[in-house]
Design a protein around this ligand. Structure first.
Ligand SMILES: [Zn+2]
Length: 681
């Protein structure tokens, strides 16, 4: 007979007399790779980083004060989200029907995760009470066997005898369970309480048993597989080996059936895939989950696929904003043959290489979240800055564009251009909306990511401390050997590339500081106490500063941020002879509010030598850097019912234009917008 002990706050609680000895992990990291044998980096604890001022402090404040309270109100409103009511009805605390999409539980768990992440920093008692109250309802909604998915439970409650649980492999049970697991791990790490974690343990145990006995068809239930990440994180929290067994099994059983699709990335086994395919949210969640499994197992066949697919995404399929998933709908590039019956539909999906349309870009906000989750995990595995580059690009552009500056309006899709002249309506609004309705998956996803960015700023490894994302912050953490480190970082990044780090508490032993030199940067300068650092400052790498450090030591990084014109590979036909404008990691666009009245955004043309000046601007109380300059206006109107005509070279002269960060577009009412702008060399 073996005993299971859980050590918490110095107490040893005997949980069960018949399971293996185990203790919950002590690390309070958002993603806990501290014991992952195949991850080079691990995270600091939640709450170790406090934004102090500047960009992320501002976004965090809006998240705490506006994004979370607003979205929680929506999910608790029986006439809108109905998410809390679904749990109450499933729990028998209320009566009625399930309202909302089948993935509503999972989306609510994402919002819950955001609240727990904010609590880790603010220790706000009201938030704690709200979470406790909600956990009690969720706990009551959980079946005795651990199953929890309110659409099926309510169906079974309202129609005794009907079996609704796990009847359809294309349902969202595992998506919901995955987000439950992640939110519960985050809640445990943020609060030290095991209330939500115990619900997740019951749910993960249920899933483990389900996969042991389910039909092969049902066992491949994996729509938007958040549960790969969730199950691994449960393993990291509990160290229960059966969760790792489950995670490995989840990857192994993919693609072992005849009915698999490229849309769901299960037409062929994961290890045989070489390209990014299908629904981009599902894909990026799968890749992130596979990276988690690799971190624990070291299975190089998984890493091999991840490397091939990552190269495919970054070299052929990712937007300049970090957005993923070009197609609203389409046919799978690879799952097709000349026999039309084999042509597979895809939706919200990666397209072919270089297929990156602007007006009709799907670019779901959730796919950007998935891109961040995936690249974060690749960074943890390898310590390679190229993953931090993609993560940063996506955060500042294709992800933040999904939420308004005031935190209450959202985009489901993130087009790179909007024209009122396009003579067809696209599904999903190109104006920001308060509630996306059936497809409200993105708002809580972007909110939880913003609440958690501080957890991505720093890492630790056996050799020292890593600086991934820059932002004014206080860090108080411990190195891998347990020695405490405290420092402050002061910067106005991403608007200014001057970063100043002051060490406040350091161990006596020598250790390294790994300073990220972004891939976009040129001529970076790094000094230690005013003297040039002896380090290689290669863009797209970490500069290692090794030595004995002292309290008061000052490390200063200068990243020049000139305005840069970017062109795309000419095989991207939608952007031929156009440029995108970048400054630092931020991609710019021009919208109607930035051109003189009566002039159309889509008639502008920019010289590659255009002198664009950075200027402070404020949109909806957010302080940003805009770019002002002059653009040529071409007479390009009156196209109605014409497809072709002789070139009209008449220029209407130069006008003043203001470019704004792409993520800030659409915050000044309805606008037309363009990211790729025609240019002359
Ligand atoms: Zn979404």
């Amino acid at each position: 007979m073996k005993m299971k002990y859980v050590e918490r706050f110095g107490l040893i609680i005997i949980l069960s007399a018949f399971v293996t000895v185990s203790t919950f992990a002590q690390s309070k990291a958002l993603v806990n790779t501290s014991q992952s044998p195949h991850a080079l980096l691990s995270s600091v604890n939640m709450g170790d980083v406090q934004w102090t001022n500047g960009f992320w402090a501002d976004r965090f404040r809006v998240c705490r004060d506006s994004m979370i309270p607003n979205m929680w109100r929506i999910y608790a409103d029986p006439k809108m989200g109905h998410a809390v009511q679904n749990f109450e009805i499933a729990a028998g605390l209320d009566t009625g029907s399930h309202v909302g999409p089948p993935f509503q539980d999972g989306d609510f768990y994402k919002l819950f995760e955001a609240a727990a992440s904010v609590y880790a920093i603010t220790k706000d008692k009201k938030l704690d009470e709200l979470m406790d109250k909600t956990i009690a309802i969720i706990g009551k909604a959980q079946r005795a066997d651990g199953y929890i998915h309110t659409p099926a439970e309510i169906e079974e409650r309202n129609h005794p005898g009907v079996k609704a649980a796990f009847q359809d492999r294309l349902n969202f049970e595992t998506y919901n369970l995955g987000h439950l697991m992640t939110a519960a791990c985050v809640h445990y790490r943020a609060t030290g309480k095991t209330t939500f974690l115990n619900i997740a343990i019951k749910a993960t145990d249920y899933l483990y048993r389900f996969y042991k006995t389910a039909s092969p068809e049902l066992a491949r239930n994996a729509i938007c597989p958040s549960h790969y990440m969730g199950v691994v994180e449960m393993y990291r929290t509990t160290r229960d080996p059966k969760y790792l067994e489950l995670a490995k099994n989840l990857i192994d059983i993919r693609g072992l059936m005849k009915e698999g699709t490229d849309d769901n990335q299960d037409r062929i086994p994961f290890r045989e895939q070489t390209k990014a395919l299908g629904h981009a949210v599902r894909a990026n969640y799968l890749y992130a989950g596979a990276a988690d499994v690799y971190a624990e197992t070291g299975d190089t066949t998984l890493l091999h696929t991840l490397n091939l697919v990552w190269n495919d995404v970054v070299n052929h399929k990712m937007y300049v904003t970090g957005g993923c998933g070009a197609l609203y709908d389409g046919a799978s590039p690879d799952g097709t043959s000349y026999l039309l019956k084999d042509v597979q539909e895809v939706h919200q999906a990666y397209g072919r290489d270089y297929q990156l349309p602007n007006y009709t870009a799907h670019n779901e906000t959730c796919a950007s979240v998935g891109n961040v989750l995936w690249n974060w995990r690749m960074l943890q595995l390898t310590g390679k800055a190229k993953y931090a580059d993609v993560m940063e690009l996506t955060l500042y552009n294709g992800l933040l564009s999904g939420i308004s500056l005031n935190g209450t309006k959202f985009l489901y899709t993130n087009p790179l251009a909007v024209s009122d002249d396009l003579p067809f309506a696209q599904r999903w609004s190109k104006d920001r909306v308060g509630y996306i309705g059936y497809s409200n998956c993105c708002p809580p996803n972007v909110i939880r990511t913003i609440s958690e960015v501080s957890n991505y700023a720093y890492n630790v490894s056996d050799k020292g401390l890593w600086f991934n994302l820059y932002g004014s912050s206080n860090l108080s953490t411990t190195l891998k050997d347990g020695s405490p480190v405290k420092l402050t970082q002061q910067t106005n990044y991403p608007w200014n590339g001057a970063i100043s780090i002051t060490l406040q508490q350091v161990p006596a032993n020598a250790f390294s500081l790994f300073i990220r030199i972004p891939g976009w940067s040129k001529n970076a300068r790094l000094t230690v106490n005013g003297k040039p650092a002896k380090a290689i400052l290669k863009p797209g790498t970490y500069a290692e500063l090794n030595g004995k450090w002292h309290s008061g030591d000052k490390i200063e990084l200068q990243l020049p941020m000139p305005v840069t014109m970017v062109e795309a590979n000419p095989l991207v036909e939608e952007t031929r002879n156009q440029i995108a404008v970048k400054r630092g990691p931020v991609v710019y666009c021009v919208e109607s509010a930035g051109v003189p009245k009566g002039k159309k955004v889509l008639n502008l043309s920019l010289s590659a030598k255009a002198n664009l000046h950075a200027q402070n601007i404020t949109i909806d109380n957010a302080h940003l850097i805009g770019l002002s300059g002059k653009a040529t206006v071409i007479d390009n109107n009156k196209w109605k019912n014409q497809l072709y005509r002789e070139v009209n070279s008449k220029s209407l002269g130069m006008v003043a234009v203001q470019l704004i960060p792409y993520f800030a577009w659409g915050n000044r009412g309805h606008v037309e917008m363009e990211t790729w702008i025609p240019f002359s060399r």
